[in-house]
Structures are given as C-alpha cells and as structure tokens.
Design a protein. Sequence first.
Length: 211
Amino acid sequence: MHFLSYSISAVAAYIIGSFNPAIFLSRHLLGRDVRKQGSGNAGATNMARVYGMSFGLVTLLCDALKAAAAIFLAVWLLGEWGIFVGGIFCLLGHCFPVFYGFKGGKGVSVGAVLALAVDWRVFVTVVVAFALGAVLSRKVSVGSVLAALSISVAAIFFHVSTPRLLLAIFGMLIVVARHSTNIERVVHGEEPDFHAAKTKKYRIGFNRDKK
C-alpha cells in the first residue's frame, strides 16, 4: 500500500506537470506552437516574448496552479514526503511532457512553487535572487539561474526537513541543467535581453497548429 501511494503520487504529479499551458494556448488557441518562435522554450517567458505579457502571466499562473495541485495531492497521500515526490515529478513532467514529445519548459515557474513548498523564507529568497539577477542583467535567464541556485542555499540555511531539502537540491539541478545553453550564451555575450511583445488581439480558434 505504501509503494502504491508513492507510485500514484509520482505518476499523477508527472501527468499534471505534463500539461503545458504555453504549448496548449499557443498551439491550439493562438495559431502557432510557441516552441517554433522566440527562444523555442515552452514557458511563461517565451510566451510573453512572443505573444505579450498578458499571455505570459496566464501561463505563469497555470504553471503555478498545476504545481500546487500536484504537491497537494502527493502530500495528501504521503504526508511530508509528498512535497518531494509531488514537486519533483511535476517539474519533470513540465520539462519533459509526455503529451508534447517530451519537449517542454525550463522549470522556472514550477520551481517558484517548489520554493514556496520548501519554506516561505526560501521562496522570498528565490524571488529576491530572481529579481536582482533579471533586473541588473536585463536577462530572465540570469535571474532564473540565480533563483535556482539560491533555493538550495536558502534551504540549507533555514534548516528545512530532509524531503524539502532534497526537493530544493534536485529542483536546482534540473532547472540549472535546463538553462545550460542560456549559461553558454551569457558567457559568450550572446544572450539577448528580455523584451515582452506588445499584447495583440488574437483570433482564438482550436487546432490551428497541430504540428
């Protein structure tokens, strides 16, 4: 029964994480898969870059809600260890979604919810790190990497429980690994500054871009 609870929590969190609002909105409602535009990433930042800040914020909210749902379900089934299982498998689903050819986002929006699940003080630390990195460099990727690195440092500093610490460490490793190409571009001075597109009125329609 204990093994079954872990299995259900992991599979459910992965499936929930695999629903990618950036891909769904851009591909089925806005006319073209966001992975074919901008940076090619299926996340809130690229949605804002391509379709405008409004769609970026909607994507961010949906990603946050799915992460919260996955963690709450896992905690209900497993208790404290559900924070780790639900958080990590939701993050894996977000980055490697089974519904979209295992090509998803980079985990920043989901990672923010993971930070909140670890500890509210860790979340505040992560938000501050992200804001400073993004504003000073004018590059969201820099803020994202700094935020990812800060989650494990803050978790250690605030002496969180083992499941929460493991969530922070593994979450950090996944998000940083997903930003490896961004890190290379930053090092070589090739990473572009972030500029949100002006939000336009799009003609909404289902299945306009199936590929």
